[in-house]
Design a protein around this ligand. Structure first.
Ligand code: SAH
Length: 274
């Protein structure tokens, strides 16, 4: 395909990264080595792909939705045996056979699917467990990154920030201006790195699932006190019992609880239900 006739498609969130410093920065924070198996989501015209392939890595597998870019990418990287490409939607691609091979996930995320991508690559770590992800490096909307990093007491704190912080160490590297992309998006972006916790440092699966359940219930009515939202799954008697054992004031609203308090609350709920 002639790239001159390929115009960026809005519906696929196509904003090519053109800022060389940011491309370099992504490669730098990825800390690539000869054992790395990279999954790249949405290689686009291959700007980031080239940068990553230009390092000592084992493999880079890219998944691109846009048919019109497939031939171009295959030609561009035909001499590179570390590169493989799959046409498909990352949201419906079965990654089971890859998950324990992939060491790093890298993407300039199509903004319209940020939520589901975070859910698959960070949130669902809770279910996969058999992963080998060392780093997940995303260029994504700044406001979502700020929300993910929100601490308790902030109005932005939500189920997303708590789940992400529970499953990984999160580092914001820098903000990225719209002019770093072509065409420029309407919003600022941020470069962020998630380092999933090693399996042995994770909570046990029952606690993780329970926290998810509590988060869903509590943040569904974020203006209500926990004492009231929890009524949908506990009797008043049970609520009083674990309010005492967890030493958490249930007159608080969900955004006021720290990560440790959620863990503590879940553990106490599990004990009471036993
Ligand atoms: N990595 C390139 C392109 C980023 S734009 C760069 O940095 O320049 C986002 C890319 O994701 C586009 O190539 C778009 O076609 C692709 N994309 C959009 N939705 C996708 C999906 N559901 N699955 C896989 N790729 C997708």
């Amino acid at each position: 395909m002639n790239l001159k006739t390929h115009y960026p498609k809005k519906r696929f969130g196509q904003h090519w990264l053109v800022n060389k410093k940011i491309l370099e920065k992504i490669k730098e924070v990825a800390e690539l080595n000869a054992n790395d198996f990279i999954l790249e989501i949405g290689p686009g015209r291959g700007a980031l792909t080239s940068k990553l392939l230009d390092s000592e890595i084992r493999k880079l597998h890219a998944i691109e939705l846009d048919y019109d870019l497939i031939d171009f990418l295959n030609v561009k990287f035909k001499n590179n045996d570390k590169f493989s490409l799959q046409q498909g939607d990352i949201l419906s691609t079965n990654l089971d056979s890859f998950n324990n091979k992939i060491t790093k996930v890298v993407a300039n995320i199509p903004y319209n699917i940020t939520g589901p991508i975070l859910d698959i690559f960070v949130g669902r770590l809770g279910l996969i467990r058999d992963y080998n992800y060392k780093k997940i490096i995303f260029l994504m909307q700044k406001d979502v990154v700020d929300r993910i990093l929100a601490k308790e007491g902030s109005s932005s704190s939500g189920a997303l920030s708590i789940r992400m912080q529970l499953l990984s160490k999160i580092k914001k590297i820098c903000d990225v201006e719209p002019s770093s992309f072509s065409p420029p998006p309407k919003v600022f972006s941020s470069l962020v790195v998630f380092e999933p916790l090693k399996t042995e440092l994770r909570l046990d699966i029952t606690s993780e699932k329970y926290i998810d359940k509590l988060l869903r219930i509590a943040f569904n009515s974020r203006r209500k006190m926990l004492r009231n939202t929890l009524k949908s799954i506990f009797s008043t008697d049970e609520i009083n019992k674990f309010s005492e054992s967890s030493k958490i004031c249930l007159n608080l609203r969900p955004q006021d609880l720290s990560i440790n308090q959620w863990v503590n609350l879940a553990d106490n709920c599990i004990k009471i239900k036993k």
